[in-house]
Design a protein around this ligand. Structure first.
Ligand code: 9YT
Length: 131
């Protein structure tokens, strides 16, 4: 059994921050369980594009409001607490945080912890929202 807290991984190599988002990776590939499990926070009024070519990801929004656009077909979704999206088709997508969003994310296959961006199909782009 593994027991961890977010507090004990804060500030370690499992706590990855990029412009406008931060992800605490509480379970990684090295744990050997077939998935990774992250808490991602996205700052308000930021826009991010992600494309995970090699991973399936489920994201459960716990706090905050935002919008999600499927860039494969242009469909837009409004997200709030309790919303979940599952990228079962490796969809390129855009997240626009209206308020600070806190999300719980699962990846299969697991992220190893080496990926930050522009690597292995993970391509986050960051911009500040103008609205
Ligand atoms: C919202 C989202 O896609 N989070 C993914 C995790 C994050 N990009 C990370 O840990 O690298």
């Amino acid at each position: 059994m593994i027991v961890r807290t977010t507090a004990e991984i804060t500030g370690t190599e499992r706590d990855v921050a990029e412009a406008g988002w931060r992800s605490k990776r509480i379970v990684l590939g090295g744990d050997g369980v077939g998935f990774s499990f992250h808490e991602t926070t996205i700052e308000p009024a930021t826009v991010h594009e992600f494309h995970y070519l090699n991973h399936v990801e489920a994201v459960w929004l716990v706090e905050g409001e935002g919008s999600l656009t499927d860039l494969d077909n242009g469909v837009n979704y409004e997200l709030g607490p309790g919303s979940m999206y599952l990228l079962d088709g490796h969809e390129k997508h855009r997240l626009h945080a209206h308020t600070r969003m806190r999300m719980l994310c699962v990846f299969n296959p697991p992220v190893t912890g080496q990926e930050v961006h522009d690597e292995n199909g993970i391509y986050p782009l960051v911009a500040v929202s103008t609205d």
